[in-house]
Write a new protein. Sequence first.
Length: 459
Amino acid sequence: MLGNLIGPEIRELIANRNFSAIRQLFEEMPAADVGEVITDLPEEDQAVVFRLLPQDQATEVLEYLGPEEQEHIIRNLGNEEAARILNDMYSDDRTAMLEELPAAVVTQLLTLLSPTEQQIARTLLGYPEGSVGRLMSTELLTVRPTWTIGQVLDHIRINGRDSETLNVIYVTDDGGRLLDDVYIREFLVRPLDTLVGEIHDNRFTALRATDSQEIALNLFKKYDRNTLPVVDSGDRLLGIVTVDDMLHVQEEVATEEIQKIGGMEALDTPYMQTPLLQMIRKRAVWLIVLFVGEMFTATAMGFFEHELEKAVVLSLFIPLIISSGGNSGSQASTLIIRALALGEITLRDWWKIMGKEIAAGFALGGILGAIGYTRIMVWSQFSPTYGPHYNLIALAVALAIVGVVLWGTLSGSMLPLILRRLGLDPATSSAPFVATLVDVTGLIIYFSTAVLVLRGTVM
């Protein structure tokens, strides 16, 4: 990490009070890299280094720091300096920072904002958590359809520095209703006396401020956009959402799904910032559910107690059987959950998915069953472990593996679809949950198959 490389150098410069060298070191460094360096510094040095940054750079760097570093630095800045930085931040980045800070700190920081910026901040924080409104930036340029391109370019030159992006210019009527979004290149390649109304076609895609961030993410992917406008119920333009915000949403969604697939509740905060008791609670619930589920494994084995007494050799293959079913179920579950998340499949594909997974289950079970059969047959040529009826035992194990793998594949693929149909999160059908389900049912399939194949011999 960059912080580990130059951190010692920064600390030495601070100790020697060589602040001009620190300014020079950070002068040409990207804001993201400066943020990484500051994060890796001891807490007492973070505010010192941050104060040395020019105001424009400090505003940008603050966006790349974690909540703890942001709170620490803001607390160590004077009210005047903190107010300048907070007022200069883009509204969406400021909202992202404020929603991670304690309520008392947020209340204090809001008082440092100008009346206009305070109103914007309160409005954005007033939208539901996880909504597009929380991601929205209000810094954008709007033009009227009656303007000429020359007027538009003059407007951009005068006001463009305050806009988060100039890739897209928004056309609105006098009431603020969005009429169209036009790429900047359309203004650059046409005569200066062309009217904006001659360019726009009233065809655009917009988000509602109350839409979920997942809806926004899907629209960005579908239309391959870098920016999307946000409107209210009357189509009045409220702000924009940019692709950098969507990258953070994508990361959060993927992290949540991965944590759920791992068999736990998703964490609300980064790992290092999650209190120990909260982490235990998030992990304990599913562990208890899975533990109770595994208890049925002992119940299933008890049901076939007499069969085990007659053919103790069957117990040797229990780990093999249940792991094969659990692994195949986990594979299928993971594939379907991810396909649902990416929109590759829908509930309408239910029967196609079932047919495909049945075929895959038979094929995979057949491969593993053949390997298991061969192993038992070959081993029996050198060891009497499996007794005189080793060929029937090999057949029973092979058939059971086919059945268990087929059942595991089918369970793992169908359970996420069932949960989606019930309006629940498919990620909750995590791989450990599917594996536990298949463990119990796999034993029933195994012993039932063994009873049928070995009846009249060892049973």
